[in-house]
Design a protein. Sequence first.
Length: 87
Amino acid sequence: MDQKIADIVSKMQFERRKPVPRAKKAAFEAMQTQIKEVLLELGRLHLGLWHAKSQRDYHSLSLIKTRERIAQLAQRLDALSRLGDEE
C-alpha cells in the first residue's frame, strides 16, 4: 500500500503554475462578451419566432431576414472560433 502511495506521489507535479498574462485574461473576457452578445441575439430571434407562432401572426416576422441574421451570427461564431488559433 505504501509503495502504491509513493508511486502516485512521485508522478504528481507540485510546482506552481505560471501566472496568466493580463492579455490572455482580457482575451477570455472579450470572447465571453462576444458570445454573450450572440446568445442574446439568438434569444431575440427565438422569442420573435415563438411569438409569431403562438399568436399565429406569421406576417410579423420575415423568415428571409431571420435566416440572414442567423447567417451573420454564424459568421461571428466562426470568427470567434478562429481567435484562439494563435496559442
